[in-house]
Design a protein around this ligand. Structure first.
Ligand SMILES: NC(=O)c1ccc[n+]([C@@H]2O[C@H](COP(=O)([O-])OP(=O)(O)OC[C@H]3O[C@@H](n4cnc5c(N)ncnc54)[C@H](O)[C@@H]3O)[C@@H](O)[C@H]2O)c1
Length: 358
């Protein structure tokens, strides 16, 4: 007969038919210093990947609250110190060069775990490193959260739905992912990261939050990172043809970065583990997007069809009913308002001023 050890008893409950079921443990006790009146009054927040595109906007928002102290860890693979330059030297801000595949010990109350290259060009560059970042990196951050009793939010992705057979995608949909393709290091990596989050939640009582992020755009995206919005804007500014991958009827939804950051913070502060889709349900074909960029930025350039990449999903659109109901969140910035803000940032970085209309 199976005899449960005292440790197993804390995690498992025996049902009438003798089966053992996992029971969620209460969260670990945070450090006593957390509540010390004189030692620390602030919420200390760790943002991994905070030097990247979404991470740096999240840091800006978190730093607006004077009660927050923010620690960023980043290995600068796709991020840059430049994205955080206004905070370097600020007494409530710390920046650490660190790779999340190595263990880390810092006393924090919340962890926003974003570290992972998001653009296919970069995540395919070193696929083994990408999956290590997703799996070992997430394990390390969960280990840290467990040790210090922090709440942890993972930025997962719509890629967990793969090439979806359900449209729009709800959180209940399990996805249609190729496990051995060139994108699998990212897609399957994030799926394992989600599994680890839930296993730590069930087994160790960790407070977890999972956001499934859909395509996001805005200032500070890497120019030439191969993502469609940055590609089109850079091409339009440089006066090059807009390259649309065939067939051009594949759809994507685009969420402006300030809306995304708002969604992530609401999820972290909510009482819901997720996964919750965060994205803009407005759906555009790639040809429609190219035409909009052309109209807003450079009407003189042609649209050119090019070959597609393997495993490119045909349709992607979030069902955001859960985010609306549970977080009171929905995106506010429409594409036509967001694109010019990104254009402004790209023009500054490419040093191409806007032509004055006479
Ligand atoms: N931007 C999107 O449209 C989108 C969509 C879905 C999911 N996401 C997720 O959101 C998060 C942020 O994406 P982003 O668009 O800001 O990407 P990004 O590439 O701009 O930022 C990722 C950051 O993580 C850092 N990083 C990468 N590997 C690391 C490692 N091993 N150790 C430490 N730092 C590391 C990079 O240097 C960079 O600063 C990622 O987890 C990504 O998977 C983004």
């Amino acid at each position: 007969m199976y005899t449960a050890s005292s440790d197993t008893e804390a995690m498992a409950k025996e049902t009438a038919n003798g089966e053992l079921h996992a029971v969620t443990r209460p969260p670990p006790t945070p450090s006593p210093l957390r509540f010390s009146k004189f030692f620390q009054a602030n919420l200390r927040i760790l943002v991994t990947g905070g030097a990247g595109f979404i991470g740096s906007h999240l840091v800006d928002k978190l730093m607006e609250n004077e009660k927050n102290e923010v620690i960023v860890v980043d290995n600068y693979f796709t991020g840059s110190k430049d994205n955080l330059r206004k905070w370097i030297g600020h007494p409530r801000f710390e920046l650490i060069r660190h790779d999340v595949t190595e263990p880390l010990l810092v006393e924090v109350d919340q962890i926003y775990h974003l570290a992972c290259p998001a653009s296919p060009i970069f995540y395919k560059y070193n696929p083994v490193k990408t999956i290590k970042t997703n799996v070992i990196g997430t394990l390390n951050m969960l280990g840290l959260a467990k040790r210090v009793g922090a709440r942890i939010l993972l930025t997962s992705t719509s890629e967990v739905y793969g090439d979806p057979l359900q449209h729009p995608q709800t959180e209940e949909y399990w996805g249609n992912v190729n496990p051995i393709g060139v994108r699998s290091c990212y897609d399957e990596g994030k799926r394992v990261a989600e599994t680890l989050m839930f296993d730590y939640h069930r087994q160790h009582g960790l407070e977890i939050r999972i956001a499934r992020i859909f395509n996001t755009y805005g200032p500070r995206m890497n120019i030439d990172d191969g993502r469609v919005v940055s590609n089109f804007i850079a091409q339009a500014i440089r006066g090059e043809p807009l390259t649309v991958q065939t067939p051009g009827t594949q759809t994507r939804s685009f969420c402006y970065v300030s809306d995304m950051v708002d969604g992530l913070i609401r999820l972290m502060e909510s009482e819901h583990t997720g996964p919750i889709n965060i994205g803009n349900p407005g759906e555009f074909t790639m040809i429609e997007l190219a035409e909009t960029v052309k109209e807003l930025i450079n009407p003189d350039i042609p649209v050119k069809m090019v070959e597609n990449t393997p495993d490119d999903p045909r349709q992607r659109k979030p069902d955001i009913a859960k985010a609306k109901e549970l977080l009171g969140w929905e995106p506010k910035v429409i594409l036509r308002d967001g694109l010019p803000l990104m254009e402004e940032d790209f023009r500054e970085r490419l040093a191409v001023p806007k032509k004055q209309i006479k």
